[in-house]
Design a protein around this ligand. Structure first.
Ligand code: CMP
Length: 138
């Protein structure tokens, strides 16, 4: 799975009409979309996805935010996908994100940061299978 990563376009970006612009940047950077769907997560499902952060002070805020509106979940393919996608999205805090990154253009705060990208090949596989069955991955 080293050539695949998982992403979500988050509710802030969905609700302000940025989904198409973000997908355009993803395609322009050479990623191929191999699975994609829009989902409105319940608070329970958002909490389950981010369970690894359940002890963090921002967990409640994160769960509220991620269940506020629909997200677009996708699996992306490209050589060195995890690392290259982390570069494309930029720092978690948009104030520190470099020019030309998705978060620099679309994120408004450290919590509401427009996109998610997996941080390892192992998590990319886990997160992708949270949303997509094998039959839904192309
Ligand atoms: P993401 O890359 O999806 O992984 C965990 C998410 O938690 C992160 O993006 C942010 O949306 C959120 N997050 C991380 N740090 C903070 C913070 N200090 N305050 C609020 N939300 C945060």
């Amino acid at each position: 799975m080293t050539n695949r990563t998982f992403t979500m376009i988050k509710p802030d970006a969905t609700l302000n009409g940025s989904t198409g612009g973000i997908l355009g940047m993803i395609n322009a950077a050479g990623f191929r979309i191999v699975a994609m769907k829009m989902v409105h997560l319940s608070a329970a499902k958002a909490g389950e996805f981010y369970a690894v952060h359940s002890e963090r002070p921002f967990y409640g805020e994160l769960v509220e935010f991620m269940s506020r509106g629909p997200i677009t979940a996708a699996i992306l393919e490209k050589e060195n996908a995890v690392e290259d996608f982390r570069k494309l999205i930029g720092a978690t805090n948009p104030a520190q994100a470099e020019e030309g990154t998705i978060r620099k253009k679309y994120a408004t705060s450290i919590g509401e940061n427009a996109v998610h990208g997996s941080d390892s090949d192992e998590n990319a596989a886990i997160e992708g299978s949270f949303f997509f069955s094998k039959l839904e991955q192309f």
